[in-house]
Design a protein around this ligand. Structure first.
Ligand code: FAD
Length: 340
Protein backbone atom coordinates (compact mmCIF):
# COMPACT_ATOMS: atom_id res chain seq x y z
CA UNK A 1 0.00 0.00 0.00
CA UNK A 2 1.42 3.37 -1.03
CA UNK A 3 0.76 5.97 1.70
CA UNK A 4 0.43 9.69 0.96
CA UNK A 5 -1.58 12.78 1.88
CA UNK A 6 -3.08 13.56 -1.55
CA UNK A 7 -3.59 10.93 -4.24
CA UNK A 8 -3.53 12.78 -7.56
CA UNK A 9 -5.11 10.96 -10.49
CA UNK A 10 -3.50 12.41 -13.64
CA UNK A 11 0.05 13.70 -14.07
CA UNK A 12 -0.76 16.40 -16.64
CA UNK A 13 0.23 20.03 -15.97
CA UNK A 14 -2.61 20.48 -13.44
CA UNK A 15 -1.69 17.40 -11.39
CA UNK A 16 2.01 18.31 -11.47
CA UNK A 17 1.44 21.90 -10.30
CA UNK A 18 -0.84 20.63 -7.50
CA UNK A 19 2.25 18.86 -6.10
CA UNK A 20 4.02 22.22 -5.83
CA UNK A 21 1.13 23.97 -4.10
CA UNK A 22 0.63 21.00 -1.75
CA UNK A 23 4.37 20.89 -1.05
CA UNK A 24 4.33 24.51 0.15
CA UNK A 25 1.79 23.37 2.74
CA UNK A 26 3.89 20.31 3.66
CA UNK A 27 1.37 17.91 2.12
CA UNK A 28 2.81 14.88 0.34
CA UNK A 29 1.47 13.78 -3.05
CA UNK A 30 1.47 10.62 -5.13
CA UNK A 31 0.47 10.78 -8.80
CA UNK A 32 -1.13 8.00 -10.86
CA UNK A 33 -1.18 8.16 -14.66
CA UNK A 34 -2.19 5.67 -17.30
CA UNK A 35 0.49 6.97 -19.65
CA UNK A 36 4.11 5.89 -19.36
CA UNK A 37 5.34 9.48 -18.81
CA UNK A 38 4.08 12.60 -17.01
CA UNK A 39 2.77 15.64 -18.92
CA UNK A 40 -0.75 14.67 -20.04
CA UNK A 41 -1.88 16.19 -23.33
CA UNK A 42 1.29 18.28 -23.60
CA UNK A 43 3.70 15.36 -23.85
CA UNK A 44 1.30 12.97 -25.51
CA UNK A 45 -0.38 15.20 -28.11
CA UNK A 46 1.76 18.28 -28.79
CA UNK A 47 5.22 18.16 -27.17
CA UNK A 48 6.81 20.43 -29.76
CA UNK A 49 4.06 23.07 -30.00
CA UNK A 50 4.80 26.49 -28.48
CA UNK A 51 2.35 27.80 -25.84
CA UNK A 52 1.85 31.55 -25.61
CA UNK A 53 -0.47 31.98 -22.62
CA UNK A 54 1.60 30.84 -19.65
CA UNK A 55 2.18 33.92 -17.45
CA UNK A 56 5.80 35.07 -17.57
CA UNK A 57 6.66 33.05 -20.70
CA UNK A 58 6.14 34.87 -24.01
CA UNK A 59 6.53 31.41 -25.55
CA UNK A 60 7.34 28.00 -24.09
CA UNK A 61 7.40 24.58 -25.75
CA UNK A 62 4.83 22.16 -24.31
CA UNK A 63 7.53 19.57 -23.55
CA UNK A 64 9.72 22.24 -21.99
CA UNK A 65 6.86 23.41 -19.73
CA UNK A 66 6.45 19.86 -18.42
CA UNK A 67 10.23 19.53 -17.86
CA UNK A 68 10.11 22.79 -15.89
CA UNK A 69 7.14 21.63 -13.80
CA UNK A 70 8.97 18.38 -13.01
CA UNK A 71 12.03 20.42 -11.95
CA UNK A 72 9.85 22.72 -9.82
CA UNK A 73 8.24 19.83 -7.88
CA UNK A 74 11.39 17.70 -7.50
CA UNK A 75 12.08 19.30 -4.10
CA UNK A 76 8.81 17.86 -2.73
CA UNK A 77 9.69 14.30 -3.81
CA UNK A 78 6.29 13.20 -5.21
CA UNK A 79 5.67 9.51 -5.86
CA UNK A 80 4.58 8.26 -9.29
CA UNK A 81 2.61 5.22 -10.40
CA UNK A 82 2.87 5.46 -14.19
CA UNK A 83 1.43 3.27 -16.92
CA UNK A 84 -1.44 2.27 -14.62
CA UNK A 85 -5.03 3.49 -14.74
CA UNK A 86 -6.79 4.42 -11.48
CA UNK A 87 -9.71 2.05 -11.63
CA UNK A 88 -11.57 1.93 -8.31
CA UNK A 89 -11.94 4.17 -5.27
CA UNK A 90 -13.06 3.25 -1.78
CA UNK A 91 -13.88 5.73 0.97
CA UNK A 92 -13.01 4.34 4.41
CA UNK A 93 -14.93 5.10 7.62
CA UNK A 94 -12.28 7.58 8.77
CA UNK A 95 -12.83 9.63 5.58
CA UNK A 96 -9.58 8.51 3.89
CA UNK A 97 -9.46 6.83 0.49
CA UNK A 98 -7.95 3.80 -1.24
CA UNK A 99 -7.43 4.13 -4.99
CA UNK A 100 -6.56 0.91 -6.84
CA UNK A 101 -5.16 0.72 -10.36
CA UNK A 102 -5.89 -1.74 -13.16
CA UNK A 103 -2.67 -3.53 -12.17
CA UNK A 104 -3.73 -3.85 -8.53
CA UNK A 105 -1.46 -1.14 -7.03
CA UNK A 106 -3.18 0.34 -3.96
CA UNK A 107 -2.77 3.93 -2.78
CA UNK A 108 -4.02 5.21 0.57
CA UNK A 109 -4.51 8.97 1.02
CA UNK A 110 -6.36 11.58 3.04
CA UNK A 111 -7.77 13.34 -0.05
CA UNK A 112 -8.09 12.58 -3.75
CA UNK A 113 -7.48 15.12 -6.51
CA UNK A 114 -8.77 14.03 -9.91
CA UNK A 115 -6.69 15.87 -12.51
CA UNK A 116 -7.63 13.47 -15.27
CA UNK A 117 -7.93 15.98 -18.14
CA UNK A 118 -9.83 14.46 -21.00
CA UNK A 119 -9.82 11.14 -19.14
CA UNK A 120 -7.59 8.15 -19.67
CA UNK A 121 -6.15 7.99 -23.15
CA UNK A 122 -6.84 4.72 -24.88
CA UNK A 123 -4.95 3.63 -27.97
CA UNK A 124 -6.89 3.59 -31.23
CA UNK A 125 -6.74 -0.02 -32.35
CA UNK A 126 -6.81 -1.30 -35.91
CA UNK A 127 -9.86 -3.33 -36.85
CA UNK A 128 -8.22 -6.75 -36.93
CA UNK A 129 -10.39 -9.56 -35.56
CA UNK A 130 -8.01 -11.33 -33.18
CA UNK A 131 -5.80 -8.37 -32.19
CA UNK A 132 -6.80 -8.55 -28.49
CA UNK A 133 -5.35 -12.09 -28.30
CA UNK A 134 -1.90 -10.80 -29.33
CA UNK A 135 -1.78 -7.83 -26.92
CA UNK A 136 1.38 -8.22 -24.77
CA UNK A 137 2.29 -11.17 -27.05
CA UNK A 138 3.90 -9.06 -29.74
CA UNK A 139 1.27 -6.36 -30.28
CA UNK A 140 2.24 -3.10 -28.53
CA UNK A 141 0.37 0.20 -28.66
CA UNK A 142 3.10 2.26 -26.95
CA UNK A 143 6.87 2.10 -27.16
CA UNK A 144 7.70 2.03 -23.47
CA UNK A 145 11.11 0.42 -23.54
CA UNK A 146 12.91 0.60 -26.92
CA UNK A 147 15.49 -1.97 -25.72
CA UNK A 148 12.81 -4.68 -25.92
CA UNK A 149 13.07 -4.40 -29.73
CA UNK A 150 16.85 -4.89 -29.89
CA UNK A 151 17.66 -7.38 -32.64
CA UNK A 152 13.95 -7.95 -33.41
CA UNK A 153 11.93 -7.60 -36.60
CA UNK A 154 9.17 -5.02 -36.13
CA UNK A 155 6.28 -3.74 -38.21
CA UNK A 156 4.95 -0.28 -37.30
CA UNK A 157 1.66 1.02 -38.71
CA UNK A 158 0.56 4.66 -38.79
CA UNK A 159 1.16 7.95 -40.54
CA UNK A 160 1.63 10.52 -37.77
CA UNK A 161 4.58 11.77 -35.73
CA UNK A 162 4.58 8.79 -33.38
CA UNK A 163 4.82 6.22 -36.17
CA UNK A 164 7.53 8.21 -38.00
CA UNK A 165 9.58 9.13 -34.92
CA UNK A 166 9.62 5.59 -33.54
CA UNK A 167 10.45 4.08 -36.95
CA UNK A 168 13.41 6.45 -37.22
CA UNK A 169 14.57 5.79 -33.66
CA UNK A 170 14.14 2.02 -33.81
CA UNK A 171 15.97 1.77 -37.17
CA UNK A 172 19.17 1.83 -35.07
CA UNK A 173 17.86 -0.61 -32.45
CA UNK A 174 15.82 -3.30 -34.20
CA UNK A 175 17.10 -5.84 -36.72
CA UNK A 176 14.48 -4.74 -39.24
CA UNK A 177 11.88 -1.95 -39.27
CA UNK A 178 8.90 -1.90 -41.64
CA UNK A 179 6.63 1.14 -41.64
CA UNK A 180 3.19 0.64 -43.19
CA UNK A 181 0.80 3.53 -43.87
CA UNK A 182 -2.50 3.50 -45.70
CA UNK A 183 -1.73 6.71 -47.63
CA UNK A 184 1.29 7.85 -49.60
CA UNK A 185 1.41 11.14 -47.64
CA UNK A 186 2.37 11.18 -43.96
CA UNK A 187 0.77 13.56 -41.44
CA UNK A 188 3.93 13.96 -39.33
CA UNK A 189 6.47 16.80 -39.29
CA UNK A 190 8.17 17.38 -42.65
CA UNK A 191 11.59 16.88 -41.07
CA UNK A 192 10.55 13.40 -39.81
CA UNK A 193 9.08 12.44 -43.20
CA UNK A 194 12.38 13.41 -44.87
CA UNK A 195 14.41 11.45 -42.32
CA UNK A 196 12.23 8.34 -42.83
CA UNK A 197 12.62 8.68 -46.61
CA UNK A 198 16.42 8.99 -46.24
CA UNK A 199 16.50 5.85 -44.06
CA UNK A 200 14.46 4.03 -46.70
CA UNK A 201 17.02 5.06 -49.34
CA UNK A 202 19.81 3.72 -47.11
CA UNK A 203 17.92 0.41 -46.76
CA UNK A 204 17.38 0.92 -43.01
CA UNK A 205 13.55 1.14 -43.11
CA UNK A 206 11.09 -0.70 -45.36
CA UNK A 207 8.49 1.95 -46.21
CA UNK A 208 5.30 0.36 -47.56
CA UNK A 209 2.48 2.67 -48.80
CA UNK A 210 -0.43 2.84 -49.52
CA UNK A 211 -0.99 -0.34 -47.55
CA UNK A 212 -2.80 -1.85 -44.57
CA UNK A 213 -2.24 -4.67 -42.13
CA UNK A 214 -5.21 -7.04 -42.35
CA UNK A 215 -4.19 -10.10 -40.32
CA UNK A 216 -1.87 -11.13 -37.50
CA UNK A 217 -0.24 -14.58 -37.48
CA UNK A 218 1.25 -16.79 -34.77
CA UNK A 219 0.01 -19.57 -32.50
CA UNK A 220 0.94 -18.14 -29.10
CA UNK A 221 2.75 -14.93 -30.10
CA UNK A 222 3.11 -12.70 -33.14
CA UNK A 223 5.22 -14.28 -35.88
CA UNK A 224 4.01 -12.20 -38.82
CA UNK A 225 1.37 -9.93 -40.33
CA UNK A 226 -0.42 -9.77 -43.66
CA UNK A 227 0.23 -6.54 -45.56
CA UNK A 228 -2.12 -5.57 -48.36
CA UNK A 229 -0.62 -3.03 -50.76
CA UNK A 230 -3.30 -1.30 -52.83
CA UNK A 231 -3.76 -3.15 -56.13
CA UNK A 232 -1.42 -6.03 -55.21
CA UNK A 233 -1.71 -9.58 -53.80
CA UNK A 234 -1.53 -9.78 -49.95
CA UNK A 235 1.95 -10.63 -48.62
CA UNK A 236 2.90 -12.14 -45.25
CA UNK A 237 5.72 -10.31 -43.51
CA UNK A 238 7.60 -12.18 -40.79
CA UNK A 239 8.02 -10.14 -37.61
CA UNK A 240 8.36 -10.40 -33.82
CA UNK A 241 6.36 -7.27 -33.02
CA UNK A 242 3.46 -5.39 -34.58
CA UNK A 243 3.17 -1.80 -33.28
CA UNK A 244 0.07 0.09 -34.47
CA UNK A 245 0.54 3.80 -33.63
CA UNK A 246 -2.81 5.32 -34.62
CA UNK A 247 -3.03 7.89 -31.82
CA UNK A 248 -4.99 7.90 -28.60
CA UNK A 249 -8.68 8.45 -27.84
CA UNK A 250 -9.52 10.25 -24.62
CA UNK A 251 -12.27 8.59 -22.53
CA UNK A 252 -13.53 9.50 -19.04
CA UNK A 253 -12.78 5.86 -18.29
CA UNK A 254 -13.22 4.18 -14.90
CA UNK A 255 -13.70 7.55 -13.11
CA UNK A 256 -17.19 7.63 -14.62
CA UNK A 257 -18.14 4.84 -12.15
CA UNK A 258 -16.91 6.56 -8.97
CA UNK A 259 -20.33 7.95 -7.97
CA UNK A 260 -19.40 11.50 -8.99
CA UNK A 261 -21.85 13.94 -10.52
CA UNK A 262 -21.08 14.06 -14.23
CA UNK A 263 -22.21 16.64 -16.76
CA UNK A 264 -21.16 16.72 -20.41
CA UNK A 265 -18.52 14.05 -19.80
CA UNK A 266 -16.90 16.15 -17.03
CA UNK A 267 -17.06 16.17 -13.20
CA UNK A 268 -19.22 18.82 -11.55
CA UNK A 269 -17.41 20.79 -8.82
CA UNK A 270 -18.07 23.58 -6.38
CA UNK A 271 -16.17 26.43 -8.01
CA UNK A 272 -17.35 29.03 -5.50
CA UNK A 273 -15.15 27.38 -2.90
CA UNK A 274 -12.55 24.73 -3.59
CA UNK A 275 -13.32 22.51 -6.63
CA UNK A 276 -14.65 19.70 -4.45
CA UNK A 277 -17.01 17.18 -6.04
CA UNK A 278 -20.25 15.84 -4.60
CA UNK A 279 -18.15 13.40 -2.50
CA UNK A 280 -16.36 15.10 0.39
CA UNK A 281 -12.61 14.68 0.11
CA UNK A 282 -12.62 14.11 -3.66
CA UNK A 283 -11.70 17.15 -5.76
CA UNK A 284 -11.58 17.58 -9.55
CA UNK A 285 -9.23 20.13 -11.14
CA UNK A 286 -8.13 21.05 -14.66
CA UNK A 287 -9.80 19.97 -17.89
CA UNK A 288 -11.80 17.19 -16.20
CA UNK A 289 -14.10 19.47 -14.21
CA UNK A 290 -17.10 21.57 -15.18
CA UNK A 291 -18.69 24.65 -13.62
CA UNK A 292 -20.31 27.80 -15.00
CA UNK A 293 -17.79 29.69 -17.10
CA UNK A 294 -15.21 26.87 -17.17
CA UNK A 295 -12.25 27.36 -19.54
CA UNK A 296 -10.05 24.41 -20.49
CA UNK A 297 -6.70 26.17 -20.19
CA UNK A 298 -3.50 25.25 -18.41
CA UNK A 299 -3.44 28.39 -16.29
CA UNK A 300 -7.02 27.75 -15.11
CA UNK A 301 -5.91 24.28 -13.93
CA UNK A 302 -3.03 25.90 -12.00
CA UNK A 303 -5.43 28.28 -10.24
CA UNK A 304 -7.84 25.46 -9.36
CA UNK A 305 -4.98 23.33 -7.99
CA UNK A 306 -3.92 26.20 -5.72
CA UNK A 307 -7.36 26.74 -4.16
CA UNK A 308 -7.86 22.99 -3.79
CA UNK A 309 -4.61 22.58 -1.83
CA UNK A 310 -5.55 25.39 0.57
CA UNK A 311 -8.90 23.66 1.16
CA UNK A 312 -7.30 20.25 1.79
CA UNK A 313 -4.82 21.85 4.22
CA UNK A 314 -7.68 23.48 6.16
CA UNK A 315 -9.61 20.22 6.36
CA UNK A 316 -6.61 18.21 7.53
CA UNK A 317 -5.56 20.88 10.04
CA UNK A 318 -8.82 22.13 11.53
CA UNK A 319 -8.41 25.24 13.62
CA UNK A 320 -4.77 25.72 12.55
CA UNK A 321 -4.67 29.27 11.24
CA UNK A 322 -2.37 30.27 8.44
CA UNK A 323 -2.02 33.58 6.70
CA UNK A 324 -1.22 33.58 3.01
CA UNK A 325 2.21 35.05 2.27
CA UNK A 326 4.18 35.04 -0.95
CA UNK A 327 6.60 32.17 -1.49
CA UNK A 328 9.38 34.70 -2.18
CA UNK A 329 8.92 36.15 1.32
CA UNK A 330 8.97 32.79 3.05
CA UNK A 331 11.50 31.28 0.67
CA UNK A 332 11.08 27.67 -0.33
CA UNK A 333 14.17 26.35 1.46
CA UNK A 334 13.31 26.40 5.12
CA UNK A 335 9.72 27.29 4.39
CA UNK A 336 7.81 26.49 7.53
CA UNK A 337 4.84 24.98 5.74
CA UNK A 338 2.23 27.46 6.88
CA UNK A 339 2.46 30.29 4.34
CA UNK A 340 2.05 32.72 7.27
P1 FAD B 1 -4.31 16.48 -19.18
O1 FAD B 1 -3.19 17.24 -19.76
O2 FAD B 1 -5.32 15.91 -20.11
O3 FAD B 1 -3.71 15.32 -18.29
C1 FAD B 1 -4.57 14.39 -17.67
C2 FAD B 1 -3.84 13.11 -17.38
O4 FAD B 1 -4.69 12.27 -16.59
C3 FAD B 1 -3.49 12.30 -18.62
O5 FAD B 1 -2.09 12.08 -18.64
C4 FAD B 1 -4.28 11.00 -18.48
O6 FAD B 1 -3.54 9.86 -18.92
C5 FAD B 1 -4.48 10.93 -16.98
N1 FAD B 1 -5.66 10.14 -16.56
C6 FAD B 1 -6.96 10.36 -16.81
N2 FAD B 1 -7.75 9.44 -16.22
C7 FAD B 1 -6.90 8.60 -15.57
C8 FAD B 1 -7.09 7.44 -14.78
N3 FAD B 1 -8.31 6.94 -14.48
N4 FAD B 1 -6.00 6.82 -14.28
C9 FAD B 1 -4.75 7.30 -14.54
N5 FAD B 1 -4.51 8.40 -15.29
C10 FAD B 1 -5.57 9.03 -15.79
N6 FAD B 1 -4.00 25.09 -23.23
C11 FAD B 1 -3.41 26.30 -22.98
O7 FAD B 1 -3.56 26.85 -21.88
N7 FAD B 1 -2.66 26.92 -23.95
C12 FAD B 1 -2.43 26.36 -25.18
O8 FAD B 1 -1.74 26.94 -26.03
C13 FAD B 1 -3.02 25.07 -25.46
N8 FAD B 1 -2.82 24.46 -26.65
C14 FAD B 1 -3.38 23.23 -26.88
C15 FAD B 1 -3.13 22.57 -28.10
C16 FAD B 1 -3.67 21.32 -28.36
C17 FAD B 1 -3.37 20.64 -29.68
C18 FAD B 1 -4.48 20.69 -27.36
C19 FAD B 1 -5.05 19.32 -27.61
C20 FAD B 1 -4.73 21.33 -26.15
C21 FAD B 1 -4.20 22.60 -25.89
N9 FAD B 1 -4.41 23.25 -24.67
C22 FAD B 1 -3.82 24.47 -24.43
C23 FAD B 1 -5.26 22.66 -23.61
C24 FAD B 1 -4.35 22.03 -22.53
O9 FAD B 1 -3.54 21.04 -23.11
C25 FAD B 1 -5.19 21.45 -21.41
O10 FAD B 1 -5.95 22.50 -20.83
C26 FAD B 1 -4.31 20.81 -20.35
O11 FAD B 1 -3.57 19.73 -20.88
C27 FAD B 1 -5.13 20.30 -19.17
O12 FAD B 1 -4.27 19.74 -18.25
P2 FAD B 1 -4.76 18.62 -17.22
O13 FAD B 1 -3.58 18.33 -16.36
O14 FAD B 1 -6.03 19.08 -16.58
O15 FAD B 1 -5.15 17.37 -18.13
Amino acid sequence: MIETDIIIVGAGPTGLFAVFEAGLLKLRCHLIDGLPQPGGQLTELYPKKPIFDIPGYPSVGAGELIDNLMEQIKQFEPGFTLNEVAETIEKLEDGTFIVTTNKGTKHHGKAVAIAGGLGSFEPRKPLIDNIAFYEDKGVEYFVKNPDQFKGKKIVIAGGGDSALDWSIFLADVAEEVTLVHRRNEFRGALDSVEKAQALKNQGKINLITPAEITEIHGTDKVTGVTIVVEGQEPQVKTCDYFIPLFGLTPKLGPIANWGLEIEKNAIKVNNALDYQTNIEGIYAIGDINIYPGKLKLILCGFHEATLMCQSIYNKLNPGKKFVLKYTTVSGIDGFDGSRK
